[in-house]
Design a protein around this ligand. Sequence first.
Ligand SMILES: C[S@@+](CC[C@H](N)C(=O)[O-])C[C@H]1O[C@@H](n2cnc3c(N)ncnc32)[C@H](O)[C@@H]1O
Length: 308
Amino acid sequence: MTHAPVLLPEALTGLRIQADGCYVDCTFGRGGHARAILSALGPAGRLIGFDRDPEAVVEGEALRQSDARFSILHRPFSEFQAGLASLGIHAVDGVLMDLGVSSPQLDTPSRGFSFQSDGPLDMRMDPTRDQSAADWLSVADEEEIARVLWVFGEERHARRIARAICLARVETPLQTTHALVDVVRAAQPRLDPGKHPATRSFQAIRMHINRELGEIEDALGAIVNGLNPQGRLVVISFHSLEDRLVKRFFRDASRPPAGDPRMPLPDSVAAPKLHVVGKAIKATPDEVATNPRARSAVMRIVERREAA
Ligand SMILES: C[S@@+](CC[C@H](N)C(=O)[O-])C[C@H]1O[C@@H](n2cnc3c(N)ncnc32)[C@H](O)[C@@H]1O
């Protein structure tokens, strides 16, 4: 099963790869971006991949066997600093984050991400850790379920669906993706034409189960601190909440301190660490035509400033 890398040439240009540099791919997936980064590196270059999904890590191990410049870590990227420290690395020249789920995760029914095919209601990117969607839905209270559906899925029937889930689980625990689809569909007074009725609920539950926004929040500061001067961070987001979080972090870390710009900064005021590179980049119509996943992709780039 393959995964077509999104915004690939744009990400490579954004990273401004130096042949002997050290880079990190925080979201290895099936290694589409990683292989292209390795092709741009010379013999002294290095690439470290992170992925929390054991199946992605198997693919990464195979790549490591064939390319000694590459290493793979089975860790969430929120463990960026500890992961790199485990390899004796403390600063890098560029970092890529290609957020969200991969096509193999979505397309494998046994992973439980898809409402299209029936499978166990799991949805964990790392099935060796934490709670599955089935486990969470069996204990979460109605308010919490409604909040998750509303905040992460913008599901306008969040309350009705949450109530229906809590009623259904009294009869039989929700153990499969199609059992959840049936409850979600039946709870909606009207169905949107052209949109599967469980799209928003599945997206929301997946983001909650995998703590997707929390992972990004926890990682960004450590990544920026781990960049060499002029090192770049390139982030590809697929959800407006992800993009908003990234955009705000970049803005705040690149904003000059308040005050008179002609005056020298007092020692107590930290100079901004980042410089935003260009505007947000979206996929071309040609890329979207060949890879529909690219439709919602937004790429942002920042560069680490020289130390003051
Ligand atoms: C969109 S795919 C990346 C695809 C990859 N760029 C490629 O070209 O094959 C996202 C990958 O990131 C992983 N992932 C998502 N969130 C993660 C996190 N917080 N820590 C580590 N890996 C994560 C997922 O398991 C998935 O394999």
